[in-house]
Design a protein around this ligand. Structure first.
Ligand code: NAP
Length: 307
């Protein structure tokens, strides 16, 4: 089949680290252009803006949008209106309503919209999902603690409204939990710690439950130095599961689980290709909705200024 001619808008850390290598390794895609104010990819036709790229006459079938979430809606709208299939980096937008607006526009235009959640493509996720369909979870504990200075240096957008703060990584954990749990959960209580000089939280503690009374606790913290923790621990009536390293390692009853080897971004692009070929979309806002609930229901506590 002819490769899908793909463009990327918003070239930065995640594009260089993950998108570019995943696309280069997938013969279903051909990277034909970028639209980014200051960055580009060697050997790929570069434009400064989405409008310039769309007006250039370059043949483009699909566009991956990788700029920060606050700036994604307008770019997505332009791309969809031009009849392009769209891949949204996570989180899919700055608000739930704008994602719904994009979903309606994609349906109207007859093109694919993919709201991607890369952590759902970590190798342990589907293995655990199948396990929990046989063994109902009773207690889930999420521990997502990392060092913001190491992972997000100079990313001012992350501290601004819509940037989500510690929920930027925390939403990855929520994307896994919402994928693996057999029942939809909902938030009961939350505490958000916001630095005195910032707009978004540096730490959050969340308590969820579901219709069956499952206890789901989450601890997100950006102040962890030394060893970093992206763990989910699950107890069922008869088994104990421990997902480590964001779902790249799995222990069931203290024994290592067998996992597939495909990486997150190669798997994301394989799924995007399937969606385009099947003329369908995949837009699940559940992780973003939980974050919105946390901002709505959570107690906001002012903590030390972040410098
Ligand atoms: P980033 O490097 O800070 O930003 C990506 C690019 O977006 C920038 O290089 C910039 O390119 C463009 N941009 C920045 N501000 C903009 C604005 N006001 N208007 C238009 N474009 C703007 O961010 P990132 O780490 O790649 O993250 C981007 C998205 O990917 C986020 O939603 C993040 O949650 C997600 N993500 C990140 C990671 C990670 O490890 N970093 C992992 C998974 C997902 P130009 O200056 O060239 O325009």
């Amino acid at each position: 089949m002819t490769p899908i001619k793909l463009a990327i808008a918003g070239v930065g850390k995640i594009v260089y680290d993950q998108h570019a290598p995943a696309i280069a390794g997938n013969p279903d895609f051909q990277l034909v252009a970028t639209a980014s104010r200051n960055h580009s990819i060697d050997g790929v036709t570069a434009f400064k803006t989405m409008a310039e790229m769309l007006d250039s006459g370059t043949q483009i079938d699909a566009i991956s949008l990788c700029m920060p979430p606050q700036y994604r809606y307008e770019a997505a709208r332009q791309a969809l209106r031009a009849g392009k299939h769209v891949f949204l980096e996570k989180p899919p937008g700055a608000t739930l309503s704008e994602v719904e607006s994009l979903k309606a526009l994609a349906a109207e235009q007859g093109v694919t919209l993919f709201a991607s959640w890369h952590s759902r493509h970590a190798p342990a996720v589907q293995v655990v999902k199948r396990h929990l369909q046989q063994h109902a979870p009773r207690r889930v504990e999420v521990i997502w603690r990392e060092d913001v200075r190491h992972w997000h240096p100079d990313q001012e957008w992350i501290w601004q409204p819509g940037g989500l703060g510690v929920f930027d990584p925390g939403i990855n954990a929520l994307s896994i939990v919402t994928e693996i749990l057999p029942q939809a959960m909902f938030l009961k209580q939350a505490t958000l710690e916001v630095p005195a000089n910032r707009q978004t939280p540096i730490a959050a503690r969340l308590a969820f439950t579901d219709a069956l009374g499952t206890d789901v606790q989450a601890d997100f913290d950006w102040r962890q130095t030394g060893e970093q923790t992206w763990d989910i621990v699950i107890d069922t009536a008869s088994t104990h599961l421990h997902l480590k390293k964001g779902g790249h390692e799995l222990w069931i009853d203290q024994a290592p689980g067998e996992l597939p080897v495909e990486g997150e971004y190669p798997s994301l692009y394989a799924h995007f290709c399937q969606l385009i070929r099947n003329k369908s979309s995949d837009v699940d806002v559940a992780p973003l909705r939980h974050v919105a609930d946390a901002f709505m229901l959570g107690e906001h506590v002012v903590t030390d200024a972040f410098v």
